[in-house]
Write a protein of this length. Sequence first.
Length: 186
Amino acid sequence: MPSILPFDEINAFKESLSAHFSEEGRIKSRDDCDEILDMLEDLFLLSFARGVEATNGDLSYNYEPTLDEVLRTVDKPIEGRTWRDRVEEYYANGGTEDDIVRIAMTESHRDSNAASYEAAKAAGATEKVWHCMMLPTSRDTHIYLDGVSAPIDGEFYSFRGGKTMFPGEWGIAEEDCNCLCWLTYR
C-alpha cells in the first residue's frame, strides 16, 4: 500500500491556492486566509478518511472513528502549534504559497497515517512495518527504518534520537515535513 495521500485533491488545492496570494506572494486578505483554512481542513478530513478506508480494506475490518477522534488527530498540535496556528502566523508574517503547500502535504500525510494506525489497532493488528518511498529526497533516518517492524503499540526510533508511532508523527519538522513513508500492518 504505497501512499494513501489524496494527491488529486492536493494538486487541486495547489492550483486553487494562487488565487489567494498577491503578486508580492502574501495572502491577499483575511477572507483569503479563512478560505485557505477551510480548504486545508477539508483536505485533512479527507486524508484521515482515506487512511481509515485503506486500512479497513487491507485488514478486512470496518473501523468507524468518532468525530472527536477525527478532530483530535486533525487538530493535534505539533511543537505546541496547530496547523491553523501556523497558517495564521504565515498570514500575519507574509508566508509564501510554498509554506502553505508544505503544511498541506505534511499534515495530510500525518492525518492519513494516524487514521491508518488507529484503524489497524481497532482491527486487532499486532505488528506494524515501516516503508520508505526510497526517493532521492528520502531522509537517511527513514531509509534506515525501511522494513523495520515494531509491535502495534511500539515506537520506531531514529538514530538521531527521535521516536514515533508512525510516519509524520515525530513532532520534529526535520523528520516530518514532506515525508512520504507509510506502514503496513499484520
